[in-house]
Design a protein around this ligand. Structure first.
Ligand SMILES: [Mn+2]
Length: 380
């Protein structure tokens, strides 16, 4: 297993010896040194206080890693960490994780960065667009498993004293589990449950992107977690609008051969878009889905494909045709278009364009005139 895929951590301040290697200094010991130095150098009021941050709209892996790092910094190192998140949490499972485990999350917009000796970042990197950092406090440590963004024009990555990016890991929570294990910090029920939910979510219960550390983290955190709470998080109560939006998606969806288009108009929960994309992809005969809906001043899009050779990213590029922004990997892509207003005619014209573009990608199969040009409703 490659430990520091991106770049080796500077594991010793004394590089003259030239003998130090990853086997001799564990990442958690390097982290301990970096945080201690920053704490000692900070103004008195900021000493021993660290911020834990993640990407906007955090998922279970991000939330679990925040909770695990909180435990490491408090129980392991004796500091006073604060977890702050940005962006509303919408998805029912994520809301259930926060509420069931009673996670203490502060509002990023209300924190005073000057009161901290430094910030740490989990499940993302400072260079990613969906990650906002306070300028006034140094980022001391980064823990992530995503491919770093491409640097253009010879730009280099920010200098971070402790940057642990492991591309082979299924979940950031697995990495934080390792730090806790190596620091000898016992896993309490709450931390174990939060870490477990992160590993479960990012690896689909160890069914994808898994290395031995993910397996160890999954089983050890499950053993020490609160099973009733873990089950409750997996089957959360769903708000009424979930059913309303499922109904809306079902009535508006149209099938065009292997493509299902589900353009839903306005929704109350932007997560409905990704949920409906997953929902339709499971339909037999459906090989790709374009789902979309307006939320606030944005039109949100999700694209899914299960073609073996499927690449969601170039498909999304063709569906958007230069409008808005998008990203994705493998079989999943997401995009958004900023709307000048959220009036019905604006939403309708965006949906018309998206529909035309999506249909152009599949082309017009002349031999198959069983498909009406407006598509086939799912109820037929
Ligand atoms: Mn993750």
């Amino acid at each position: 297993m490659t430990l520091m895929t991106e770049q080796a951590l500077p594991l010793t301040p004394d590089s003259d010896s030239g003998e130090c290697s990853a086997q001799e200094t564990k990442p958690v010991e390097h982290l301990r040194e970096v945080l201690a130095a920053a704490s000692n150098a900070a103004p008195v009021g900021a000493r021993e206080r660290f911020l834990i941050l993640t990407h906007r709209g955090p998922d279970p892996d991000a939330l679990g890693a925040c909770e695990g790092l909180r435990r490491l910094l408090s129980a392991g190192f004796g500091y006073r960490p604060v977890v702050a998140t940005l962006g509303r949490i919408h998805r029912a499972e994520n809301v259930a994780l926060v509420n069931t485990l009673d996670l203490d999350l502060e509002d990023y917009q209300k924190i005073e960065p000057g009161r901290f000796a430094g910030a740490t970042l989990v499940d993302t990197q400072p260079e990613f667009g969906h990650t906002v950092l306070p300028g006034e406090v140094p980022v001391l440590a980064v823990f992530d498993h995503h491919v770093p963004p491409k640097r253009e024009n010879g730009k280099t990555l920010l200098q971070i004293p402790h940057r642990d990016v492991r591309l082979d890991l299924g979940a950031t929570c697995s990495m934080i589990y390792e730090y806790l294990r190596d620091a000898g910090v016992e896993l309490d029920e709450k931390t174990a449950s939060a870490l477990f939910c992160g590993v479960r979510y990012d690896t689909a219960d160890l069914s994808r992107n898994v290395v031995p550390l993910d397996e160890e983290a999954y089983y050890e955190t499950f053993r020490r977690g609160d099973r009733a709470k873990i089950a409750a998080i997996d089957h959360p109560p769903l708000p009424r609008h979930y059913y309303k939006e499922t109904y809306r998606a079902l009535s508006r969806a149209r099938q065009h051969g292997p493509l299902v288009l589900a353009l839903m108009g306005k929704v109350e929960n932007p997560e409905s878009v990704a949920e409906m994309a997953d929902f339709f992809l499971r339909m037999k005969g459906c090989s790709w889905v374009v789902a979309g809906a307006a939320y606030g001043d944005e039109y949100v899009l999700s694209l899914r494909t299960d073609y073996a050779f499927g690449k969601a990213y170039p498909l999304m590029e063709r569906v958007l045709r230069g409008e808005g922004s998008f990203g994705g990997h493998g079989h999943i892509a997401g995009g958004r278009i900023c709307m000048s207003d959220d009036g019905e005619s604006t939403v309708k014209s965006i949906e018309r364009r998206l529909r035309t573009n999506a249909l152009e990608v599949i082309g017009t199969p002349d031999e198959d005139d069983s498909i009406p040009p407006e598509g086939r409703p799912i109820s037929e």
